[in-house]
Design a protein around this ligand. Sequence first.
Ligand SMILES: [Zn+2]
Length: 257
Amino acid sequence: MNLILLAATILLPGALCIQAGDLGTVPDALKQDLSKAGQTISGQKPADMQDFHLPFNRSVPEEMRRQMIEDMVFISGIRGQGRASVMHRYDFGLMAGDFYIDFFRQHVRHIAFKANKKNNGQIASLYRIGGWSEMRLTAYFTTHDVPQIGRMETLMHEAWHADDRCQDHVPCPSPFPFQGEEGVDTTKLAGERACDGSINGAYGATAIMLQNIVRFCANCSEKVLADAKRYGYYDGYIRLVNQRDRELLDADIKNEN
Ligand SMILES: [Zn+2]
């Protein structure tokens, strides 16, 4: 029985898995994704809120549902240029909202509320058993002051945990080798199971996603781009414990096809 409970811990004001696989071949799923590219970048209207029939459990408070629906509308509205890095194509398809929404829907079967009794800042976790998965949101999802792209990262991070390619988190190095800017205390990551030993972890996957958004988003505001860059660094780059994976991440954004 496959029973996994994985969590996103937060570093930034409110903060949050890649198997590079054989990048020399194009998976069938990706071919299907690419065939959708035309419709994705044709400028269709952002989906209406009512279009998101998210699988909420009765435990999820109204305010939390509203926030998440707003976030899904935000995600669906992200427009790309029909482009993406190689690893992004392998993980999510093209850099466009429709691909992220499809990925989320295909991986998260159920959404529930869970009290965070430890008050440790954790926003969400993913419970997985067999082919079934449940994302559990804590009150921090609505009470943390997190930019929308930060919440998007949390949602996609948890969805990635439900992907068979995802590698579990590993303890961060202690002492933690990366300093934070003013107001960001990275030292508290030391020893916490909030890093990845593979670029196939959830931090790696969302770092790839965020740097693709920074590079290819056609309609993101300056604030969204700045937030994406910041979260990609603190919730992605510095959480990859192997220098080789950080180099893979850096190289990937230059590796478009
Ligand atoms: Zn995680």
